[in-house]
Ligand binder design. Sequence first.
Ligand code: EPZ
Length: 419
Amino acid sequence: MDKYLINGGKVLSGEIEISGSKNASLPLLFASILSDEKITINNVPDLKDIQTCCSLLEVLGVSVIREGSTIHLCGKELNSYEAPYELVSTMRASVLVMGPLLARIGKAKVSLPGGCSLGARPINLHLDFFRTLGAKVNLIHGYVEIECGNMNGTDYHFDQKTVTGTMNALFLAVLTPGTTIMHNCALEPEVVELCLLLKSMGANIRGEGSETIIVQGVSILHGTEYRVIPDRIECGTIMIAAAITYGKIRLKSCNPKHMTALMRKLITAGVDIEYDHEGRTISIDAKNKYNGTSISTQPYPGFPTDLQAQYMALMSLANGTTIITENIFENRFMHVSELKRMGANLIIQGNTVVVTGVEYLSGAKVMATDIRAGAGLILAALRAKGETEISRIYHVERGYEHIEKKLSSLGASIRRVIE
Ligand code: EPZ
């Protein structure tokens, strides 16, 4: 299995471009199912999850042509409504085909995703929404089979905020007759981007970015061209890389507005940050040791769960004690035991981790368990004394575009070893 070998202790400095967002790209690509006209998506990152998404679209009959960071799609020849186990089990976000398939051809058969290293991750709210609009849902042989009955827009309240649940609901509502009013929607920028793409295809949506989204169904959607927003999680990970190595980094092609929760915490911890909304840059200067600053993960605009592991690596070297509370996923502390192997002082108490800052971490053999846990280990390794060997890096490569090249360009000693 391929690995990263990292020699810690280098101060990172320089400039870096932030890639397009993985979690914004996926729903935009799946939107191609909704129309028989051409869709072009620009600024798509080169990642394993994007390849899985394109393979799934091809299985369904969507034509996919990739030219660098641009993907051209056409759903004219859509000829299947089944998302097979093999693809859904490698990428849970495959469930995002459900809404578009139901909207376009009235049925979907999708392998039910099991739990993952983050927890049980049910999709009951997605299914509940489909049922409320009039669909019939059955679970047979590990597959969810959904068929549209007499569909009509209605009022729906999500019991809990869900990012992909809100997206699946939008996909179905845009082509369902009548008005659908959705309450307690997710506010994440990736949801807003999906609304803007759908509107550019002819959908009638109001309220994106607020908790109540109102959709007036239309009968047909058209082709469009759309650019993916910068990846706020890659951006946050690089910001933390600057802080943990006492480095000085200028991040370009990013959106400072999406980074407010992390910026507030880093500034409180003692890191110097400047940002320019118009120029789309963030500059981090981290000369000094920083102070423990507690966080609690929340849906957007709160502190993102997808930066919790990276932030924990940072706080494991801070002055004093930090409390890290995970509120989104029940099992997102798999990185704790790996960071402890590197010398971090971490105690798990329910959904919180008490972090007592240590003077140094030491390189060790560790294992990535999911995309962001792997990123947290990379950050710890950048500051650790000696060499860290990180295995199972296929997790990291699902979500970070050429991370070893990007970090090397900033002065990190990181090598990708093929075994
Ligand atoms: C999205 O996952 C992201 N994935 C995740 O990114 C991210 O961690 C998560 O949102 C939270 O921000 C994509 O965008 C592809 P949720 P999603 O539904 O939509 C519970 C990464 O590393 N819930 O908002 O699956 C759920 O169990 C990843 O890039 C239900 O109970 O997350 C969780 O506790 C991993 N029933 C909470 O809601 C449901 O039907 C929020 O999950 C749906 C969700």
